[in-house]
Write a new protein. Structure first.
Length: 404
């Protein structure tokens, strides 16, 4: 079973740039790397796979970039080969290692590498790699990929198509309900037993927190886990660091750092406020969403079916955010709120200069257009659309597909 990003990686193989695949642990990066390796070998192209979780390999490469050719053969004149490295962030200086080989033998030696923690990428990939790499982010499965992994490729084209035939809508809706509760980690999606899914997510939750603390050198592991749980309970809400500092008896700087680690470990995403014309518009406080709803629900130990949940509106809003993030660059997805608490859930700015606004309601009947008169007056050029349970998984969020 292949992730949809697989074809993009294959297309990038002829490029000299380093192909850098990043994402949370257990989303399938290693499997994807091996599939790319299998493709190269099946095409008769020389390729080699290294994992830096192998301590001997890691030690050798840390000693000198040139030690690479003790592990693999040196490139031959006129020949091109590909080296695939899993968990590149474990190198002491991955930027220096890759730059050295890129500059010396980049035409003959192509690198495809993975990394699981973006704070490693930020800290260890210096400006010297600017222009020498292209980053591909692999999230957990989206709803369309969930259908693909469950063998329902016939239903995949309808997700985000703008309209789903009634014949298929109920079936896709059941997968959608399941997705809002259990998320999109591949092992979870493929597990058919609910207790097994919960155990997988519990193990991910515990191992993630432990790894984050160890790798980021955090001083207070219990505080980090508590912040993760509080953040999980407050998806779609403002991240008020002052209020949280008081609640957790912690200082603002520590909480901001821990939120940064959560972001760079691909657990959460922060959405900045949209502001343009009005002095009273918020300009600082982010809203926080989880990268995977299964992990979020595991942190709260809440796997209740969707119909029995009080937080189903927040789950739907988190889902819409993830869809918007797929359709536009992450930093272009904003929320709008004034100091008088007038708000719109999302405002998306596209590359062509156009923008669109979305208000998310579980039940479309609760949408009151009059509540948004001030936004419409202030931004008459930005169409506002209600996204509800009725249209959330069929809505087309691409720039050309947004309807008023």
């Amino acid at each position: 079973m292949k992730r949809f990003i697989y074809s993009d990686l294959i297309k990038h193989l002829p490029k000299k740039q380093v192909t850098l695949l990043v994402g949370a642990r257990q989303v399938g990066k290693t499997t994807l790397l091996k599939q790319v390796n299998d493709h190269l070998k099946a095409s008769g192209k020389p390729s080699f796979f290294l994992s830096l979780e192998n301590r001997q390999t890691l030690q050798l490469l840390n000693e000198s970039p040139q030690n690479l050719f003790q592990l693999i053969p040196a490139p031959m004149d006129g020949a091109r080969m590909t080296l695939l490295i899993d968990e590149i962030q474990y190198l002491d200086d991955p930027s220096n290692f890759l730059k050295f080989h890129y500059d010396v033998s980049g035409e003959q030696l192509k690198f495809v590498v993975t990394g699981s923690s973006h704070f490693y990428i930020d800290r260890k990939f210096k400006d010297s790699m600017a222009g020498r790499k292209r980053i591909f982010e692999l999230p957990s499965l989206g709803l369309d990929e969930v259908l693909h992994f469950r063998g329902r490729d016939d239903l995949v084209p309808y997700v985000g198509s703008g309209q789903i035939p009634l014949l298929y809508k109920d079936e896709i809706m059941q997968h959608f309900y399941d997705y809002l509760v259990y998320g999109g980690y591949p092992d979870v999606v493929l597990a058919t037993d609910l207790s097994e899914r919960r155990e997988i997510l519990k193990e991910l939750r515990n191992s993630y927190a432990k790894k984050d603390v160890q790798e980021a050198g955090l001083q207070h592991p219990d505080l980090y886990l508590r912040l993760m749980k509080i953040t999980a309970d407050q998806i779609s809400s403002l991240f008020n660091v002052n209020a949280l500092a008081s609640e957790l008896s912690a200082d603002n700087k520590t909480l901001k750092n821990y939120l940064w680690v959560m972001q760079k470990s691909f657990h959460v995403h922060c959405v900045s406020p949209f502001h343009k014309r009005v002095a009273s518009e918020l300009r600082k406080m982010p809203k926080v969403f989880f990268a995977d709803l299964g992990l979020r629900n595991s942190l709260l130990n809440n796997f209740s079916p969707i119909g029995a949940r009080e937080d189903r509106g927040e789950l739907l809003e988190n889902y819409v955010y993830l869809r918007l993030k797929q359709a536009a660059e992450e930093e272009r997805v904003k929320y709008w709120r004034t100091q008088n608490k007038q708000e719109v859930d999302f405002v998306v700015q596209h590359d062509d200069g156009m923008a669109a606004a979305f208000e998310v309601k579980w039940n479309e009947k609760s949408f009151r257009d009059s509540k948004f008169a001030y936004f419409r007056k202030t931004y008459p050029e930005i169409p506002l659309q209600c996204i509800s349970l009725a249209n959330a998984f069929e809505a087309d969020f691409s720039a050309g597909g947004i309807a008023e």
